[in-house]
Design a protein around this ligand. Structure first.
Ligand code: FAD
Length: 456
């Protein structure tokens, strides 16, 4: 009997444990289901739909080298997978385990009706195996990292197996009919030059990074240079496994810092188990009473932030890079997120939702964890009272070149003034004035924190 391989955020053929298991049992039916219902308001955002389209096309092409192809369906994943199993007489479904709340629920549903075999392979180590001395999960990154490091290396990556095909294929929908790509306006014009979704693109990105990793700890914080791997969307969609990345880098001298960053991804997967609903729910309940600004003025500030029109060049450069390429440098994500939450006093969840729709690497665990870390609402987080100063951060991390690239109105501003043209008295008519001054914003934020403490 044929075996179903259920692809989700593991769109690859190398080091794909579910594929290896399925291929060893019989003819394989590879399936991808676009499920816009189960995740509810966490349905895949627009930038990721662009990515998914290209990634599925690439996976299908790779499968065709084996004489196979991808079966595409749309619907409630848990129902659709069972339907395909019944249609084809498949006895078993193999899949890589995922921890997003909607995937956990779908896995539960499918395993009630069918023999669902789940495989680890989306983390350096399965999060439910990294436990404290008393057997519970970790809530703080540093001890989690120590425990995870003790478990390295991850298993050696599995090779792509030989795949046999079934005599009879179930019907497939057409990728082109899913409408995943933007039509008018085509806001993803800039994405093509930046990204190659799919397993081959992920491999090329990893290979390119291998030669640069030696400078990672110095260059990773500088937005003007390409000092990081840009593997995040490939890792999110599972076009490369964390184990492949780990083993490729282990031969490099300066990989330790990089692996420690990669481990944040594992920590975020772990947090999905510790704090279910972490995209909507504060880790610290005190934040349930936080006096976030709402109403038309806050809405206007939020809109200015999304458009990169706050009057803070480093924030605006980041927000425009995000819109143009679907990605933002990590240092600038921290600055831009902190600005929204503390300078504008807007609920972190609103910012996280914007990122969800615009990032090609939008990841429920990573995005929620990092926003909560910045806001101070997370279980492990930077206290709200510690307020980042964007105008100090910008020269500290030498962001001049980055600002010039993404904020063309400031392209001719001299070095000394680029981080804060308003303060230096330069006239840049096309560039907006600051939404709020830094000192005033800081005082307003601390006052809000005081009120939150009093009501908590
Ligand atoms: P590299 O520095 O090359 O790191 C390699 C990999 O390690 C990344 O691809 C990523 O998988 C992982 N990683 C690195 N830093 C972190 C981190 N802080 N948290 C979790 N994983 C990390 N990352 C996402 O993948 N998806 C998100 O939705 C996301 N949202 C974020 C929101 C905010 C407000 C902030 C501050 C950070 C967010 N990050 C998110 C984390 C980080 O910014 C990106 O992972 C990183 O910029 C991706 O670029 P890179 O692949 O070149 O990173």
């Amino acid at each position: 009997a044929p075996v179903i391989l259920w692809f989700r955020q593991d769109l690859r053929l190398a080091d794909q444990p579910a594929l290896v298991a399925a291929a060893s049992e019989g003819p394989v039916i590879p399936v991808y289901i676009l499920d816009d219902q189960a995740p509810r308001h966490w349905r895949m955002g627009a930038a990721q739909r662009w990515w998914l389209h290209h990634s599925l096309a690439s996976l299908d092409k790779d499968l065709r080298r084996h004489g196979s192809h991808l079966v595409l369906r749309k619907g409630l994943a848990a129902e659709e997978i069972v339907r395909i199993a019944r249609e084809t007489g498949a006895t078993r479904i193999h899949a890589v385990r995922h921890y997003e709340p909607w995937w956990q629920k779908a896995e539960e549903g499918v395993s009630k009706a069918f023999d669902l075999c789940l495989h680890d392979g989306n983390c350096l180590a399965p999060p439910d195996t990294i436990r404290t001395g008393s057997g519970g999960p970790y809530k703080i990154y540093t001890p989690f990292w120590r425990a995870l490091a003790g478990r390295m290396p991850p298993p050696s990556p599995l090779l792509e197996p030989r795949i046999t095909t079934p005599d009879k294929w179930p019907e497939s929908e057409e990728l082109e009919d899913w409408g995943l790509l933007p039509v008018r306006p085509n806001w993803a014009k800039g994405f093509d030059a930046e990204w190659t979704p799919g397993e081959a693109g992920a491999k090329a990105r990893l290979d390119a990074f291998l030669s640069g990793v030696d400078d990672y700890s110095v260059r990773r914080d500088l937005p003007s240079v390409e000092g990081t791997s840009r593997l995040s969307p490939h890792l999110h969609f599972g076009e490369v496994s964390p184990a492949i990345v780990w083993h490729a880098l282990s031969r490099k001298a300066d990989a330790a810092k990089f692996v420690k960053e990669l481990a944040w991804r594992d920590f975020a997967q772990n947090m999905m188990l510790v704090l279910p609903g972490m995209g909507d729910r504060n880790g610290r309940e005190a934040f349930d009473h936080f006096p976030w600004r709402t109403g038309s003025e806050a809405d206007a500030d939020f809109a200015a932030w999304t458009k990169g029109m706050t009057g803070y060049p480093i924030v605006d450069a980041g927000m425009r890079q995000l819109w143009a390429t679907g990605w933002m440098h990590n240092r600038v994500r921290m600055i831009a997120a902190s600005f929204l939450v503390k300078h504008l006093l807007i609920d972190w969840r609103r910012g996280a939702r914007w990122f969800w729709d615009t990032l090609v690497d939008a990841d429920y665990g990573n995005n929620s964890l990092n926003w909560q870390w910045i806001a101070g609402s997370g279980l492990d987080s930077n206290p709200f009272g510690r307020i980042m100063a964007p105008l100090t951060q910008s020269p500290k991390f030498d962001a001049g070149g980055y600002i010039r690239r993404w904020v063309p109105e400031l392209a001719d501003v001299p070095d000394a003034a680029i981080h804060d043209p308003e303060e230096s008295g330069l006239l840049c008519p096309a560039y907006p004035a600051k939404l709020i001054g830094h000192r005033e914003a800081r005082e307003r934020a601390l006052a809000a924190l005081g009120r939150a403490r009093n009501t908590a």
